[in-house]
Design a protein around this ligand. Structure first.
Ligand SMILES: [Zn+2]
Length: 428
């Protein structure tokens, strides 16, 4: 880490500072049998045994599987008397992963989200429409408490009911929209058909997260809604939304100082700052469910230093992909976001697409379905074919495998009110 001279509040954190905070989390989780056993196996019996960051990086990683094995409350560090809230993330199979919050955790979370929103330019004068789902999912409640902490007006509308979203957006004078990027895109598309003119809306900022999205998608959303879009990051196992959020310099997402990030290679070994790999998060002040070296399965790159906005600390690049979203097609790793990048780099297509994987004999096939936009839909067949061929080449260049393209009519791919479905895998 390069030393940076700056005023105290924006000062470089020393290794000793991080260690002191990390030891607090080690101390909190040590009484939990799961951790005590695993730490004991490598000779760590007390927090003081972690003397360097290298010692810390020898501690076992925590995975979603560990949470499932200890379902529901086995990794909580506080008695249930001190827990005031539960959240859970749904898995595609088996039990959900459950996290618990103390009163103090809820307050801290609200402060963290409020601080992140401030970086994006949200103030107490704003009216924030929260179109993330409310419930066991952390998206809705996380933003909700953060906005209230900031003093902004909260519209807790939750996801769905798109016509009503747009009506209230106009009538209430909503200035900030928080939801998934795919729902923001759907809202933009619905606005064009709703009879409500963009000029009737006061919307200026979007806080979008909970699914990977590309720079191309950001440009689309910004242009269609006429707003500035900010990327928010977080998952329930590490706290919820707000672990990181972009500032107005758009040079990556500021990781809140209550978390310590690492990047690992696929075998779980630490990678140097600046290299792309899996993000691992340790919470430094969480009580109910402290996250210790939690494997997020999100791929990104870390940086440390001063952002153009003047703040010093960790930043992460936008999450380019999730390990869980990775498809293996004929032995090649394929991420839906790579296809999105290719589609949005060429004109004539809508940012709505679907990857369909199937098998012919023993051979995997990938078909990419993409919507053509209204204008090119009426183009000459020859022109459409040329467009299709260019897209096929672009995607094949990026993925390194041959694919099929199917152009589909505008608005024929199902829209999402939450996290978009990008893949249909018919191989199982
Ligand atoms: Zn910044």
């Amino acid at each position: 880490m390069d030393k940076v001279d700056h005023e105290d509040t924006k000062a470089e954190r020393t290794e000793e500072y991080w260690l002191k905070s990390l030891r607090k989390t080690v101390e909190r989780v040590l009484p939990i049998p799961h951790y005590r056993e695993r730490f004991g196996a490598i000779g760590i019996t007390q927090a003081e045994d972690v003397q360097t960051l290298e010692d810390f990086q020898r501690l076992p990683l925590t995975t979603k599987e560990d949470l499932r094995k200890n379902y529901p409350f086995g990794l909580f560090a506080e008695p249930m008397d001190n827990i005031v809230r539960l959240h859970a993330s749904s898995g595609t199979t088996g039990k959900p992963t459950v996290v618990g919050y103390t009163r103090q955790d809820i307050l801290l979370w609200a402060k963290i989200v409020a601080r992140g929103l401030e970086r994006a330019g949200v103030t107490k004068k704003d009216i924030v429409q929260i179109a993330y789902g409310y419930g066991l999912f952390t998206g809705g409640m996380g933003l909700h408490y953060g906005c209230e902490e900031l003093g902004a007006v909260v519209v807790p509308i939750s996801g769905g009911n798109t016509a009503r979203q747009l009506m209230l957006m106009r009538d209430f004078g909503t200035t900030v929209l928080a939801c998934t990027p795919s729902y923001a895109l759907f809202l933009a598309e619905s606005l064009e058909e709703s009879g409500i003119a963009r000029e009737e809306l006061k919307l200026k900022i979007g806080i979008f997260g909970a699914e990977p999205w590309t720079e191309g998608m950001r440009e689309q959303i910004e242009a269609r809604l006429g707003i500035k879009a900010f990327d928010i990051y977080g998952l329930s196992e590490t706290m919820g939304p707000g672990v990181a959020l972009e500032c107005q310099a758009h040079q990556g997402l500021h990781i809140d100082e209550h978390f310590y990030p690492e990047i690992l290679d696929p075998e779980g070994n630490p990678l140097p700052v600046g290299e792309r790999g899996e993000l691992v998060i340790t919470s430094l002040d969480k009580e109910g469910f402290p996250a210790l070296r939690y494997r997020t399965k999100d791929l990104t790159t870390l940086h440390y230093g001063m952002c153009p906005c003047g703040e010093v600390g960790w930043t992460m690049e936008r999450v380019s992909a999730r390990v869980d979203d990775m498809l293996i097609i004929r032995g090649v790793n394929v991420f839906p976001s790579q296809v999105e990048e290719a589609i949005l780099s060429l004109g004539g297509f809508e940012p709505h697409y679907l990857l369909v994987v199937y098998r012919v004999g023993n051979l995997d096939q990938l078909e990419v379905q993409v919507e053509v936009n209204e204008t090119s839909f009426f183009d000459e067949v020859r022109e459409l074919e040329g467009r299709q061929e260019r897209l096929k080449q672009r995607i094949e260049e990026i993925l390194g495998i041959s694919i099929r393209i199917r152009l589909v009519e505008p608005k024929s791919i199902p829209r999402s009110e939450g996290k978009a479905v990008r893949v249909i895998d018919k191989r199982q």
